[in-house]
Design a protein around this ligand. Structure first.
Ligand SMILES: [Fe+2]
Length: 188
């Protein structure tokens, strides 16, 4: 179902339950209607919040590469993806969504530069393929972003799926490979 349509349907349902609750209380506290509609309202809100939770990324200690600045960057990237998820889910408007997207793209590039500098300076043997993985990701993201103006919803949905999968795979896989190498060099 179209996201805007389902959000509209949810708003109508909540509004209807609120009205039923208010009208029910006018019938008296002993009437079952307000309590039933109040329970339904709580159930709808709870189920909706639970269904949204799975769309958000949560930092896990297993993602840590043991280098504080890099871990902080990765945490920041997770939170920026979650911010974009919120913008998409809650229809905060195109301006906020676009700025959340730009902030995420810019911070990703900034982080890659920082990480690559660290790898190159310390003579990491896997530097070139690692850098190429970053470049391929940025190219893919920029290609998807170029479709934003013509199809905002689909672009953001595709980007969110891609970014979540890529980032988690990258920080729990490729980035882990340099962890002990850099730590052996004294990088913390
Ligand atoms: Fe990386």
């Amino acid at each position: 179902m179209n996201k805007k349509l389902s959000a509209f349907g949810l708003s109508i349902l909540i509004l209807a339950l609120l009205v039923a609750t208010a009208l029910g209380f006018l019938m008296g506290l002993s009437h079952p209607l307000p309590w039933i509609s109040l329970a339904l309202l709580g159930g709808v809100v709870y189920l909706h919040s639970q269904s949204q939770k799975k769309n958000y990324l949560v930092w896990k200690e297993e993602y840590s590469v043991g280098i504080e600045a890099i871990d902080n960057d990765h945490k920041k990237l997770l939170s920026l993806i979650n911010q974009l998820q919120t913008a998409s889910t809650n229809y905060t408007g195109v301006d906020f969504e676009r700025s959340a997207l730009d902030e995420l793209v810019n911070y990703t590039k900034y982080h890659f530069v920082r990480e690559e500098k660290l790898l190159e300076e310390n003579g990491y043997p896997g530097f070139e393929p690692h850098k190429k993985e970053h470049e391929a990701m940025v190219a893919e993201v920029m290609d998807k972003v170029s479709h934003y103006e013509s199809n905002e919803d689909q672009t953001i949905d595709e980007l969110l799926v891609y970014l979540k999968q890529w980032l988690i795979n990258h920080i729990s896989g490729t980035d882990q490979q340099y962890s002990s190498f850099l730590r052996d060099k004294g990088v913390r």
